[in-house]
Design a protein around this ligand. Structure first.
Ligand code: ZN
Length: 259
């Protein structure tokens, strides 16, 4: 009797594992890569060297990835519109000037579209993109979206008027210059809470992105979308990029176990 029970438990376990595996295989997930600065002199985690950035973009091109826009991603997630094979989204946060001088020529060389999340108040500041640079990239396959007014931790803001400035006023300022509707937000430092999400919805964003490591699939919450943050490492930056691109959830588990 006990032996039978053990067999049933083992079978049930295998069945659950099988169902889980099928679910994972059937779930079409899309990686949204997240970069910040592309700079050879800074040597910080957020500043990827041009050599590394180029190696990663070349890898995407050589391995037949298709860079898609956030509109394509969301049309797929919400309406099931078909995507090209091996879709990937490339995003850069904050709008550093090196995105124009260093990243843009590489993206152009490999024919990859990308989205830059802009901090509206920092445009034209030293080390940040100018409107002229933004306009040039806008005409060449780079899309711009919102990253608040001046990059606060949104969950710390208690005043709804301040949240409005960060989420709506910045959105309007970008729209007035770019001439199209800003639909997507990247939370500064990936920071949000339920109230922030309610305001993001209220001010008309279609979706919002965190910095939680993972891919995005059709049934995911549109206001807590995952990304694959890429950091410059002391060593093995490309290998870490490759692991995060292919096994984001495994890497997330390792990341959580370490912290
Ligand atoms: Zn940021």
């Amino acid at each position: 009797m006990l032996k039978n029970k053990k067999i049933y438990i083992a079978l049930l376990f295998l069945l659950i594992c099988g169902a889980f595996a099928v679910k994972i295989i059937n779930k079409r997930e899309i990686p949204v890569l997240n970069y910040h600065e592309i700079d050879d002199d800074k040597h910080t985690a957020l500043a990827l060297s041009t050599y590394e950035f180029k190696a990663q973009m070349r890898y995407l091109k050589d391995n037949n990835y298709n860079a898609i826009t956030l509109d394509q991603l969301l049309d797929y997630m919400q309406e099931g519109k078909p995507l090209p094979e091996k879709p990937v989204v490339i995003t850069l946060d904050d709008g550093y000037e090196d995105n124009y001088t260093n990243a843009y020529p590489i993206l152009k060389q490999y024919g990859l579209t990308a989205t830059i999340f802009l901090i509206s108040h920092y445009i034209n500041w030293p080390n940040y993109l100018t409107w002229k640079e933004i306009d040039t990239m806008k005409d060449n396959d780079i899309v711009f979206e919102g990253h608040t007014y001046d990059h606060p931790n949104l969950s710390q803001i208690k005043d709804d008027n301040e949240l409005k400035k960060q989420l709506l006023d910045s959105k309007i300022a970008l729209q007035e210059h770019l001439g199209y509707q800003i639909k997507y937000l990247a939370y500064p430092c990936g920071d949000y809470n339920q109230h922030v999400i309610s305001q993001v919805k209220k001010y008309g964003y279609r979706a919002a992105f965190t910095v939680n490591l993972g891919d995005d699939a059709a049934n995911d919450n549109l206001y807590t979308l995952n990304r694959v943050p890429i950091f410059q490492m002391y060593r093995h930056t490309f290998f870490k990029f490759w692991l995060n691109l292919h096994f984001p959830y495994l890497m997330r588990m390792i990341q959580q176990a370490r912290s």
